[in-house]
Structure formats: structure tokens, C-alpha cells
Unconditional design. Structure first.
Length: 171
């Protein structure tokens, strides 16, 4: 949720939707209406809806129709709670967030050798261009398109490796 919105206001809007339907049976709840209300809240609070949430909401509308056909007194919330709880634990828990961050860090680390090679080629091309007036190639243009923090990270890493080599720690 964007920072300019109040978390308390958002919580109140969600409670206004959830409390009236809490512990009700499927025959008393319209998933289509619930879905509409949830979309209204996300719009009012300038939120983006994750694809997983959309799929969950779509699935709940389908389940509502099936539940009404099979047993109008079925409590959809009690039935869905273990599945939703497991999904949240698997995808949104701190452990899952850490796992995602570790995966992204691993992908970045795997790219470091290629990025270092590109950085060295760019540095050589810049050196040639400033010494001999040689035209810069597409490698320099590609380097310029890299995200700024990745470029700074690579420059910092190159500086560290250079310092270690200078101190004789890296051969």
C-alpha cells in the first residue's frame, strides 16, 4: 500500500468487509459481491493486486457456486482456512521471503563474472577512446543501460578486487 494512505483506514475498510460475513455459510455470502468490495478497497487505497490474489479470488467465486450446489450450509471460510493458511505460510512467511531474497542474490552472484568482464571491456574501450580517439562500441551503450545500482555495485566490487590485488592478497 502506498505510504500516503493510512494503515488504520485500510484495516478498517477490510474489517468492514470481513466482519459482516464472518462465520456465515455459503448461502449467506456472495463471493461476487465480496470480490467487488475487495477490488473497490484496493482501488481506493491505490494498491496493485497480485496475480495470485486474483486467482484466489476467482477460485473462491467458482467454489462458491459449487458449494451452493453441493451444500448451501457449507461454511466456505472454515473449509478454505487450512489451504489459505498453508499458502500464506509457503509464499508470504519470513522464511519464504528470505528464500526469495537468497535466490535473487544467487542469480546476481552468478552474473558477476560476466558483468566484471563487460566492465573491464568497457574500461579498456574508454581508455582507448580517451587515448587514441577510438569510437566506443555497443558494449559501452549496453553498460549504460544496466540499472544504476548494479553498475555502482560492480564498480565497488571492481575497486575492492583492485585493492586486494594491490595489497597482494589476490593473484
Amino acid at each position: 500500500m502506498p505510504a500516503h494512505h493510512s494503515v488504520e483506514s485500510f484495516a478498517q475498510a477490510i474489517r468492514a468487509i470481513g466482519e459482516p460475513i464472518h462465520k456465515r455459510t455459503a448461502e449467506d455470502i456472495s463471493m461476487a459481491k465480496l470480490l467487488t468490495l475487495l477490488f473497490e478497497v484496493t482501488g481506493r487505497f491505490d494498491m496493485r493486486t497480485r496475480p495470485e490474489a486474483l486467482m484466489l479470488q476467482k477460485t473462491m467465486v467458482v467454489v462458491e457456486g459449487m458449494a451452493r450446489t453441493l451444500d448451501p450450509r457449507l461454511n466456505i471460510w472454515t473449509t478454505a482456512e487450512p489451504v489459505v493458511r498453508e499458502w500464506i505460510a509457503h509464499h508470504l512467511s519470513p522464511a519464504a521471503q528470505f528464500e526469495g531474497a537468497a535466490r535473487e542474490a544467487g542469480q546476481l552472484l552468478a552474473r558477476i563474472p560476466a558483468l566484471l568482464q563487460r566492465a573491464l571491456r568497457v574500461a579498456e574501450q574508454i581508455d582507448l577512446a580517451t587515448c587514441r580517439g577510438v569510437a566506443l562500441t555497443s558494449e559501452v551503450a549496453a553498460w549504460e543501460r544496466e540499472p544504476r545500482r548494479l553498475r555502482w555495485g560492480m564498480i565497488a566490487l571492481l575497486a575492492i578486487v583492485s585493492l586486494l590485488a594491490w595489497w597482494g592478497l589476490v593473484k
